[in-house]
Design a protein around this ligand. Structure first.
Ligand code: SF4
Length: 754
């Protein structure tokens, strides 16, 4: 055995609990303390993808005797060898306790083992009975940004073209719907125009409603590397909390929760007041709209007068001086890159926030050049490529088409070879409304795959009860999730490395993950479960593609009928390369790093330079969008803001990561975080039990006192089922994107006895 065959695993942890991990020979992460150091013998290394967040890091997986023994960042992938601590735990993930190994059916209140045939016969008969008795809209599919693209595509086709219901939605509705709606409204097409490599060129980073230090570490590392090489680079962080990202930024604007549209509108007012706009870019590439009709630029300027910094600073909680400074930096930097995620998306004004942030880039011409771009970070590995692009959402059809558009429905019926009228003209039920329909009896049977809505939905207790009223089927990899406790059938599913398939991460990059292990017991891939269900429901002919490669080839062909065209991204190319970014219409096309830019994007007209071809006039739209105070504004009865989020070591509801000992130990149990002054006023000390009450419910947990919290703001991470904070967050959503409001809930707190 040579030295090269010995892999060194180093898992690093800061004293503050924030961690990163590097494989042998990969980049280092400064100021970290060694936690684990072990040596492993590795027989072979295989290229794969980490699927614990939307960064989609390339990893090399070390195998010995058919086991996963090691993992390191892939130096040739877009993440340049850097992975975070979650990605470094892949070997431990393969050994987590509590894997589901056989189907289960609820009998006398208990889930008991059943054969696949018994379980799937029951599922098919209940779905068929429901369709026959109550119509095709009485059944539903609820999927996930963690399924493979082939799986989401197949589920969407089965339910929309086969069953004939658009009740197909999923957890991307909870995280990215406002970003998707914002892109469509502005550019006519979903998905970010830029790419991660823009971080290597930006001079100003405007990070708003995101915490990439913890939630997208390789990207924040890239930003910090840019700053190391170019110290004049300015990192701006807009966040009510002093997060790790805020701590490592040059400017932190701790806005009052729910008021950040005031900031964006105010920055726009400064830009026009100080003549910082790029008038040439506006004249060529932009039109203005009030949402109902096009308006003149003068109307936009008039609209902005209400948002002068001195008029908004008090409500916003940021000084007029800081607003002006940030507006100037944003507009005048050689290249400004904005990054955002759930803090802007999970809001009742989420779409307005998204369109206004794109608007700032458009009026300043900060788009379409290396480093100049709006760029939404995504929370899940395959929300973009798997769910948004395949149109596996209640209002959508593949390739950016809409259910509401009769031409789009007809086009998809022709492509899928189903009779005219097969696809319903009725927009389906989005996530929250789907579970409300399960509650009131409109939906009688639902299949939930690869997600845990019993913990991730707002007002979760209400929707847990809804799952019990319906015939709920849950396919999952581990047992005893919040969702399974309310399901009638539970199906054992394969982990992502126990099957093969494609994911599309946040920069339009499709990546292939090979099958590395066999699933335990009787667990099956979600694709196999869907194919079985299709056969039993009588749609086996429609779902004729039955292997991941066959489905991918069908989906590639479907994409050629749209501006998402990725015909050139074959399995063979994906196996050989480090992912490819669409559009990519032919096998000799290198993929598209920057969309709408001539030379990169094959759909831009020759000589156009930049062309927003998603809209009929090839111009992007800047919207006049008024700030409306949050319905969750604090009151004397509810004097604090409750907000939620993630921590570095845990992914979503923790069903996988919290079963990994090292990650559980790194985070411990979730707690409510208070500013020291709030804690003093409440008479609360660290570790005290507290009761948090909102209009949606009451929960108790332990207090942590930290200056990370803004005065008046309580924070809790949502990974811990023991502190299910989503039980008490606001049960409201953006009227356009239907994305729930997780970030702003008025709350009251009192100390209780243990
Ligand atoms: Fe990369 Fe996200 Fe995986 Fe961490 S969790 S290694 S950031 S893909």
């Amino acid at each position: 055995m040579s030295e090269a065959d010995v892999s060194r695993r180093e898992v690093l942890l800061t004293l503050g609990g924030v961690a990163a991990a590097v494989g042998a020979g990969a980049a280092t992460w400064g100021g970290l303390e060694l936690l684990v150091h072990q040596k492993q013998t590795v027989d072979s290394w295989t290229k794969a993808v980490c699927r614990f967040c939307g960064t989609g890091c390339g990893v090399m997986v070390g195998m010995t005797d058919g086991r996963v023994v090691d993992v390191r960042g892939d130096e040739l992938a877009h993440n340049k060898g850097v992975v975070c601590i979650k990605g470094s735990m892949l070997p431990e993930l393969t050994r987590i306790p509590g894997r589901l190994t056989s189907p289960k059916i609820r009998k006398d209140g208990k889930l008991v083992d059943a054969s696949w045939d018994e379980a799937m016969s029951l599922v098919a008969s209940r779905f068929s009975d429901s369709i026959r008795q109550f119509g095709r809209d009485s059944v539903a599919f609820y999927g996930s940004g963690q399924l493979f693209t082939e799986e989401s595509y197949t589920a969407n086709k089965l339910f929309k073209a086969g069953v004939g219901t658009n009740n197909v939605d999923g957890n991307p509705r909870l995280c990215m719907a406002s970003a998707a709606s914002g892109y469509v409204a502005t550019y006519g097409k979903d998905e970010p125009p830029g790419c991660y490599a823009d971080a290597d060129f930006a001079s100003v980073f405007f990070i708003i409603g995101a915490n990439p230090y913890e939630c997208h570490p390789p990207i924040f590392e890239r930003i910090r590397q840019r700053k190391r090489l170019h110290p004049e680079t300015v990192i701006i962080c807009v966040d009510p909390r002093r997060t790790k990202t805020a701590e490592h930024s040059d400017i932190h604007l701790p806005v009052v929760p729910g008021t950040d549209l005031l900031l964006l509108n105010s920055m726009a007012s400064v830009i026009f007041e100080e003549s910082l706009q790029d008038q040439g870019f506006i004249d060529k590439h932009v039109r203005f709209s009030d949402g109902d009709k096009d308006v003149e630029q003068a109307a936009f300027r008039q609209f902005l007068q209400a948002y002068a910094p001195e008029k908004v600073e008090h409500e916003l909680g940021v000084s007029a001086t800081d607003i002006r400074r940030v507006a100037y930096l944003f507009a005048r930097s050689p290249a400004t890159m904005s990054l955002w995620t759930m803090g802007m998306n999970q809001r009742v004004q989420g779409v307005f926030l998204n369109t206004m942030l794109s608007g700032l880039h458009l009026v300043t011409g900060q788009i379409g050049r290396p480093g100049a771009t709006p760029f939404s970070l995504t929370g899940q590995p395959n929300a973009c490529g798997g769910v948004r692009d395949t149109g596996a959402l209640a209002h959508a059809l593949p390739g950016g088409r809409l259910v509401a558009n009769p031409d789009h429905r007809r086009e998809m019926e022709e492509i899928w070879g189903v009779p005219r009228g097969s696809i319903s003209d009725k927009v389906g039920l989005d996530a929250v409304n789907l579970f409300r329909a399960m509650d009131d009896g409109r939906v009688k049977a639902a299949l939930i795959m690869c997600t845990n809505p019993g913990a991730s939905l707002p007002a979760a207790a209400r929707y847990q009860a809804a799952m019990e009223k319906c015939f709920t089927v849950v396919a999952d990899v581990v047992e005893d999730s919040e969702s399974q406790r309310h399901a009638q059938v539970v199906l054992p599913a394969a982990l992502w490395i126990e099957k093969e398939g494609v994911t599309g991460q946040g920069e339009r990059r499709y990546q292939f993950t090979p099958k590395l292990l066999n699933p335990p017991g009787e667990a099956r891939s979600d694709l196999a479960i869907l194919v079985d269900l299709a056969d039993r429901l009588g749609h086996g002919t429609l779902i004729s593609a039955r292997t991941p490669r066959a489905v991918w080839d069908e989906w590639r062909e479907v994409s050629t009928h749209s501006l998402y065209n990725f015909k050139g991204i074959t399995y063979d190319r994906l196996a050989a390369e480090r992912g490819l970014q669409w559009p990519c219409p032919s096998e000799d096309h290198p993929g598209t790093a920057r969309r709408f830019v001539e030379g990169d994007d094959p759909f831009v007209s020759k000589g156009a330079g930049i062309e927003f071809y998603g809209n009929h006039d090839k111009k992007a739209v800047v919207f006049l969008r008024p700030y409306v105070p949050s319905p969750e504004k604090v009151t004397p009865e509810y004097p604090l803001y409750l907000t939620t989020g993630r921590v570095l070591e845990q992914f979503h509801t923790g069903t996988m990561t919290d079963r990994i000992t090292e990650l559980h130990q790194a985070t411990g149990d979730a707690m409510f975080e208070f500013h020291p002054e709030d804690a003093r006023k409440l008479g609360v000390q660290a570790g005290d039990p507290v009761e948090v009450r909102t209009r949606y419910g009451t929960i108790t947990g332990k207090a942590r006192v930290t200056e990370r919290s803004r005065l008046g703001v309580v924070f809790a991470a949502f990974y811990d089922a023991k502190l299910l904070v989503n039980r008490v967050v606001a049960d409201t959503f953006d009227p356009v994107s239907k994305e729930p409001e997780f970030k702003v809930t008025a709350a009251s707190v009192r100390k209780v006895t243990a």
